[in-house]
Ligand binder design. Structure first.
Ligand code: FES
Ligand SMILES: [Fe+2]
Length: 354
């Protein structure tokens, strides 16, 4: 494939905004219990809480009385109660009670911003843009989360850099060099790139060092002398605003991205491994398969965290280098990166002109 050298980066890529008219994964379901949870999504402070039925509610995280954070308060019934003077708010953002109001006083008419929110396949998804658009989009489908044939691991990321550095990292499989001690893949060669109005996909030919149907192959992760690569296809897809990939038939990964600001990004990296290679799996009792799935949940978490540590170390350096000299342009030889940058710019533009 022809490669282009020195492709200039769009000028404001590293401060590009976000198209908020998509669903964003803001927390794992397990992260939200009885207590309110504060999250930040692209400069918006939001509080999540569960009503008496366990349904997730999402409100602007500012009490309209003195602007302290509602997330410092607590939940009572279907309402969240501000810790300072005890004002209460329901999931629609209406003030439902001020405990010291006298008989002549009325409740102030105020309405906190409430956000469309849904809980699905292990995550809490929030729609931070125009709420009337929420129905037109769907969260990323994660069928492996519940399917008994898959073992799932998830690791949160939180780092100090613009989200574009993360997308570029995830789409440029030549950075396997960075992870050579973990050997998630190797020898990537770009084979094909395709683009659509809101996605970029790249197929690399690569080596995979672990196969689920050959469990002994895991040993080479610890004894490099035994290392042997299996040729495989590595497909990475940035489908705005999230990312997923297929490494051969066995592994599928997702990265659910939730930008916090122009210099901070949160994300969840999800690793799924198919047990489909074990042909007699379906003969086993369901309860046993579920037990195996639950027992193996997060089996690859340490591995993911190792990769994340290495990636974050690089991306935060990139961010610092950008802040020190925003005009400087890096050289680029992977054509996928130009397409990714263009898509980020386009989506920021689409949202800013709405
Ligand atoms: S600041 Fe929230 S009730 Fe007063
Ligand atoms: Fe990486």
């Amino acid at each position: 494939m022809k490669q282009s050298a020195g492709v200039p980066r769009p000028k404001c890529l590293r401060s590009a905004g976000v198209n908020l008219n998509y669903w964003y994964a803001v927390a794992l379901s397990t992260e939200l219990g009885q207590k309110p949870l504060a999250i930040q999504l692209w400069h918006q402070d939001i509080v999540l809480f569960r009503n008496r039925h366990g349904q997730v509610q999402a409100l602007a995280n500012r009490c309209p009385h003195r602007f302290v954070k509602l997330s410092s308060g607590y939940v009572q019934g279907d309402d969240i109660v501000c810790i300072y003077h005890g004002w209460r708010f329901n999931g629609a953002g209406h003030c439902t009670d001020i405990p010291y109001l006298n008989a002549q006083q009325k409740l102030p008419t105020c309405r906190l911003r409430s956000y469309p929110v849904q809980e699905r396949q292990g995550f809490i998804w929030l729609f931070p843009g125009d709420p009337t658009q929420a129905q037109n989009h769907q969260p990323v489908d994660l069928p492996e989360w519940e399917h008994l044939n898959y073992v799932v691991s998830v690791a949160p990321m939180n780092f100090q850099a613009h989200f574009s550095f993360l997308i570029e990292n995830l789409m440029d499989m030549y950075h396997g060099h960075l992870h050579r001690n973990f050997q998630p893949w190797g020898n990537a060669v770009l084979h094909k790139k395709s683009t659509g109005s809101d996605w970029v996909e790249a197929e690399y030919h690569a080596l995979c060092y672990f196969r689920i149907d050959r469990p002994w192959s895991a040993i080479q992760l610890f004894i490099p002398q035994l290392r042997r690569g299996f040729p495989t296809s590595l497909i990475v897809r940035y489908e705005y605003p999230h990312w997923h990939s297929w490494l051969g038939k066995d592994f599928r990964l997702y990265c659910l991205i939730a930008p916090v600001s122009a210099t901070q990004t949160r994300a969840y990296l999800i690793h799924t491994a198919s047990l489909g290679a074990f042909r007699d799996l379906h003969r086993l009792p369901i309860w046993f398969r579920r037990w195996v799935k639950n027992r193996c949940f997060n089996a690859a978490k340490d591995f993911l965290q190792g990769l994340i540590r290495e990636d974050v170390f690089m991306m935060e350096q990139e961010q610092q280098a950008y802040l020190q000299n925003p005009e400087r342009r890096g050289l680029e030889v992977n054509p996928v990166i130009g397409s990714v940058q263009k898509l980020i710019e386009q989506q920021a533009q689409i949202y800013s002109t709405l």
